[in-house]
Design a protein. Structure first.
Length: 126
């Protein structure tokens, strides 16, 4: 199963503060462990929402909203894409992760990805 593992943004990450060298080193070692275990498919950090935009859809209308966006704790600051056997395995790996904020409060969300076979049982349109 593939899972998206998302690191929630913090006020510091939304201000564009970079992680310490110590935290970058710890995260690098953790990513190496993930790669050596054969579960790491992708990983990256995201720029603050002030560097981004959203496109809102309402019927045929599209509206562009420039960042920054309110509610840092509702935003994503970085992610991994893992191939694991189960959600439990993903949780165990996430528990080994260095604290993404260094020493403050952090949160990691784990969400399974849909696979093509998940849509095989959809009824035909019409």
């Amino acid at each position: 199963m593939r899972v998206m593992v998302m690191v929630r943004a913090t006020d510091a990450s939304e201000r564009g503060e970079r992680p310490s060298r110590e935290l970058l080193g710890a995260m690098g070692r953790f990513n190496e462990q993930l790669a050596n275990a054969g579960i790491l498919l992708a990983a990256d950090g995201l720029a603050p929402s002030s560097a981004g935009a959203r496109v809102r859809f309402s019927g045929r209308t599209r509206t562009v909203v420039d960042g920054p966006f309110a509610g840092a704790k509702e935003l994503v600051a970085g992610f991994w894409l893992w191939q694991v056997r189960s959600l439990d395995e993903a949780i165990e790996w996430a528990r080994r992760c260095p604290n993404p904020s260094g020493q403050g409060e952090s949160e990691i969300e784990i969400r399974p990805l849909y696979e093509p076979e998940d849509f095989a049982t959809l009824p035909a349109d019409g």
